[in-house]
Ligand binder design. Sequence first.
Ligand SMILES: *[C@@H]1O[C@H](CO)[C@@H](O)[C@H](O)[C@H]1NC(C)=O
Ligand SMILES: *[C@@H]1O[C@H](CO)[C@@H](O)[C@H](O)[C@H]1NC(C)=O
Ligand SMILES: *[C@@H]1O[C@H](CO)[C@@H](O)[C@H](O)[C@H]1NC(C)=O
Length: 340
Amino acid sequence: MQWSTALLLALTAPSSALIRFQCSQLVRERLDPLVSPGLVPSPHVHQIVGGNSFNATMEQAKDMPGESTCTTCQFSEDFSNYWTAVLYFRARNGTYKRVPQHANAGFDGSTGGGMTVYYMQDPLYDTAQKSKVTAFKPGFRMFVGDINARTKEQAAHFRQLTYTCMDDAGSREHETVAFPNHVCPYGIMTSTRFPTCWDGVNYDSPDHMAHMAYPVNGTFESAAPCPATHPVRTSQVMYEVIWDTSSFNDPNDWPEDGKQPFVWSFGDATGYGNHGDYVFGWKDQALQNILDTQCYASSCGGKQQSIADMNKCAGLKETVSEDIDGWLDALPGGHQAQYS
Ligand SMILES: *[C@@H]1O[C@H](CO)[C@@H](O)[C@H](O)[C@H]1NC(C)=O
Ligand SMILES: *[C@@H]1O[C@H](CO)[C@@H](O)[C@H](O)[C@H]1NC(C)=O
Ligand SMILES: *[C@@H]1O[C@H](CO)[C@@H](O)[C@H](O)[C@H]1NC(C)=O
């Protein structure tokens, strides 16, 4: 009896530091200041959230809290930029239409659907969230995934880049590494989890990944230690993006050969090329202060703003002018769906 009361308390009022918050969409276009800085347009379309000083260049010395006048994220001292590729539907006649996004349950009204961002000290199921983690520093950025991966073996280099086929807003089970191969009534969630062990020295690396590593075995979820090469334990950064596939769920519109119809903006129709980009931009010690506090989700203090205020920062003027919504004969940048 006592045990279940304690558990109930832990679930209803957890004393933990698991930061979870919504960001509205800042802009959606072909820019990628991390992988192809200065290139206008970049090779494929992204959807970007966070501080409004986002631009094509984003040098490491950029003062994101200083140069941004607002952010589309709930924590108003978070001027980081977070981005992913964009999902398209490929019709039987070979033309493409962009798939819109839903915000997570509880964040309705967030412009463009945006994304939900997490910073976790310990695995999600661990409500204590007590481990000490080091916050990222100005100039820090990272990438996870391989846009060229088209097989399960290639995708296996990355742990925890997944899809969830959603029956309803609460669906979280049966994550897959490939695109779901059947109709997902509510939509498809992509969960992008970054590595959690930092080399402690480099704020970036040529492939934007080598300065980070996974725990020695298992995943962050299995609470394994960091390797000696990358000894500094950071928080687990995770993005949840929900693609609202509901207007593309008629099986009569799906390929006749039994394949699924969704394709990433860079042409991947397998799903194995799932990837994400992160550029740190929290003000001063704001992130470390929250990570050092026992708190949960949006009860984590700090300075926060309403969804209406987040949305006021959305709609950054596009640098690249082109139709990215469809129906398009090719994905922006000239990509076509690749199935292998
Ligand atoms: C991006 O913003 C920086 C200031 O942070 C500016 O120096 C640079 O010229 C901008 N680059 C582009 C391509 O607009
Ligand atoms: C291709 O198919 C889509 C979806 O059925 C339709 O809306 C579009 O008009 C078609 N385009 C052409 C050129 O037939
Ligand atoms: C991971 O490695 C640690 C240390 O070598 C070991 O104690 C633990 O059992 C391993 N866990 C798994 C899931 O293999």
